[in-house]
Write a protein that binds this ligand. Structure first.
Ligand SMILES: [Zn+2]
Length: 111
């Protein structure tokens, strides 16, 4: 894949991350930290709208690292990211260095 494609991959994931951020902050406001919430798969496929269940606190941990995303198991792109955590309902991936990782950091809503 080209550098440009790598950027697009990062961009797709960043858009879903922003949606999920809003879902998460809503859940936090409701005081449902330990409850599972439903978020959208943050994989690189812009057309993927699959949902996954994750505890609010677990999502918060993933979000603490701007290069990490939660995805439906099997949706990772090994060329750009490595699975760092594998659960039954979701996997956590981490971007490797490169355009996608740089963009993930640039677009982190918390930085
Ligand atoms: Zn997906």
């Amino acid at each position: 894949m080209s550098e440009e494609q790598g950027r697009r991959v990062g961009l797709n994931e960043s858009i879903f991350r922003q949606v999920n951020e809003q879902i998460e902050s809503l859940n936090r406001d409701l005081g449902t930290d330990d409850a599972a919430m439903t978020v959208i798969c943050e994989c690189a496929d812009g057309d993927c709208t699959e949902r996954l269940q994750i505890e609010v606190s677990a999502y918060e941990e993933v979000r603490a690292d701007p290069r990490r995303y939660v995805i439906v198991p099997g949706h990772e792109l090994p060329e750009f990211e490595s699975v760092v955590e594998s659960g039954s309902a979701y996997d956590v991936v981490e971007k490797r260095e490169g355009a996608a990782a740089a963009l993930a950091e640039e677009t982190d809503p918390r930085s």
